[in-house]
Design a protein around this ligand. Structure first.
Ligand code: ZN
Length: 137
């Protein structure tokens, strides 16, 4: 059986999803993992660290976190601080305090590196390829 025939048969048999390419799959996986990590972080900060009382909610707002694989939309809840410590009042957002930067360090690194290599033109192409293709040396 030729490779094309096998791939065609595999698609029709439902063994592979042709619309889920590697990057899309990684992007989807990253979205799920980061969303779960953010939810777990928010849950850990939903109660007062001093008395343990559950903090009341003050709504939520969207945060976009930019990564190498794409942008991730997160919902960032805001909470009223507990009244058990009068000096510590107001509203805070645990996720906003965690994500002070909305761009992943890896993306910042690549953007900075690639911007610095642009002036070298095609002579920098091998270096850009090494950055873009894992394992390519
Ligand atoms: Zn408290």
């Amino acid at each position: 059986m030729e490779a094309d025939s096998f791939a065609h048969m595999a698609v029709h048999a439902g063994w592979v999803a042709p619309s889920l390419e590697s990057k899309t799959l990684q992007e989807h996986l990253q979205q799920q993992v980061v969303t779960a990590q953010a939810a777990a972080f928010i849950d850990r900060h939903r109660c007062c660290p001093a008395c343990g009382r559950r903090l009341s909610s003050k709504g939520k707002y969207p945060i976009i976190f930019c990564t190498v694989l794409g942008n991730i939309a997160l919902s960032s809840p805001r909470f009223h601080r507990c009244g058990c410590r009068p000096a510590d009042t107001g509203i805070f957002s645990p996720l906003a305090e965690l994500l002070t930067e909305h761009t992943a360090p890896e993306l910042l690194y690549l953007e900075t590196r690639w911007a610095s290599l642009i002036s070298f033109g095609m002579t920098a192409a091998p270096m850009l390829l090494r950055d873009a293709v894992p394992g390519k040396r």
